[in-house]
Write a protein that binds this ligand. Structure first.
Ligand code: A2P
Length: 282
C-alpha cells in the first residue's frame, strides 16, 4: 500500500518564505526506507534528463548565534525535462541530517532548490550506440526515471534496458509503477511513440526478499543470467552503452565489469561508452 497526497491550488501558490523555495505538490511513501515527492518547478530551470540539483531544508538554529544554515544534498531529478513539476526519489535515513526531516514533508511545505543542474548521466556524455543499459540500485533509479521519459533515449537507441536491484520487493515499486505508467499513459505513449516503447525492457531483481528474479545484477551479469533472460548478446563496446547509478560498492564493481567488456568511461567533455554517478545515500 502506498499513501498519496495531491496539491490544492491554494497551497501551491503560497508566498515563498525561504530563498530558492519551491512548494511540495505531492508525496508518496513506498517503504520505511524510500519515498518520492514532487515540487513546483522554477520557471527559469532548464535541465538535461539525468542531471541533478542541490535540494534541502533550513537547518536548526545554531545554539550560540541563532543563525540557520541550509542543509543541502545532491538529488537527481527524476522527472523528464518537459514536465511542469520536478520529481525526486529519496531514501529515508532515521538519523540522516537531511532525510530524517525531509521524509516528513507534506503537500504545501517548502523545500530549498538551487536551480543549477549538473551531472554525467546525460546522453551527451555517450558516443552513439545501438543498445543503452541503465543500471540502478535503490534510489539510483531516479535519473533513469527522467531518461526513460525522454523521447531522445528511444530515438538514439534500438534497445533500452533498465535493471534495478533492491533489497526488498517494496523498494522496486517506484520503478515498477514508472515503467507501467510509461506503457499505459496516453500522453507518454504519444510523446515517445508506440514503436519506440517496444524498445524498453525492464529487469528488476531483489537480494533480501523473494521475488521472481533474485540476486545482485553484477552477479547475474557474471553468470550470464541477465543476457540469457533478456535474450541479448553480452555487452560489447561496438554496440552497447551504459549509465550506472547506485551505491558506491555497486558502482565500483560494475565499472570493473563494464571495463572487462571493453567499455570506456565517458564524461560531458569526452563522450565514451559508459558513465557513472553515485546515488545520494544519507
Ligand atoms: P545486498 O542486499 O546483497 O547488499 P542499498 O539499499 O544498501 O543501497 O542496496 C541496494 C541494492 O544494491 C541491494 O540489493 C544490495 O544488495 C545491492 N548491492 C550492494 N552492493 C552491491 C555491489 N557491490 N554490487 C551489486 N549490488 C550491490
Amino acid at each position: 500500500m502506498t499513501e498519496q497526497a495531491t496539491v490544492n491550488k491554494e497551497t501551491a501558490t503560497k508566498v515563498p518564505t525561504l530563498p530558492d523555495a519551491q512548494t511540495v505538490t505531492a508525496v508518496q511513501h513506498y517503504t520505511d526506507r524510500l519515498f518520492s515527492f514532487r515540487v513546483t518547478r522554477p520557471a527559469s530551470l532548464r535541465f538535461r534528463s539525468g542531471e541533478f540539483v542541490m535540494i534541502g531544508l533550513m537547518g536548526d538554529p545554531d545554539p550560540k548565534t541563532g543563525k540557520q544554515k541550509p542543509l543541502m544534498r545532491a538529488y537527481s531529478i527524476a522527472s523528464p525535462s518537459w514536465d511542469d513539476e520536478l520529481e525526486f526519489f529519496s531514501i529515508k535515513v532515521q538519523d540522516g541530517p537531511l532525510t530524517s526531516r525531509l521524509q516528513h514533508i507534506q503537500v504545501g511545505d517548502e523545500i530549498i532548490l538551487r536551480p543549477k543542474p549538473v551531472g554525467t548521466l546525460v546522453h551527451d556524455a555517450l558516443l552513439p550506440g545501438k543498445r543503452i543499459w541503465f543500471f540502478a540500485t535503490g534510489t539510483g533509479f531516479a535519473p533513469f526515471a527522467s531518461l526513460l521519459r525522454d523521447p531522445q533515449t528511444y530515438e538514439d537507441y534500438d534497445e533500452v534496458i533498465i535493471t534495478h536491484t533492491c533489497r526488498e520487493v517494496g523498494e522496486l515499486q517506484y520503478g515498477a509503477d514508472l515503467i507501467e505508467s510509461i506503457k499505459a499513459d496516453e500522453l507518454l505513449n504519444e510523446l515517445i511513440g508506440e514503436d519506440n516503447l517496444r524498445k524498453l525492457r525492464y529487469y528488476p531483481t531483489t537480494t533480501r526478499e523473494e521475488s521472481p528474479k533474485m540476486g545482485r545484477i553484477t552477479d547475474l551479469m557474471r553468470s550470464g543470467d541477465v543476457f540469457a533472460d533478456l535474450g541479448v548478446s553480452p555487452m560489447s563496446p561496438e554496440t552497447d552503452r551504459a549509465m550506472v547509478c547506485g551505491n558506491l560498492a555497486f558502482n565500483l564493481e560494475i565499472k570493473d565489469l563494464l571495463e572487462g567488456y571493453g567499455l570506456e568511461e565517458g564524461a560531458n567533455s569526452k563522450p565514451a561508452q559508459y558513465v557513472v554517478e553515485k546515488a545520494f545515500l544519507d
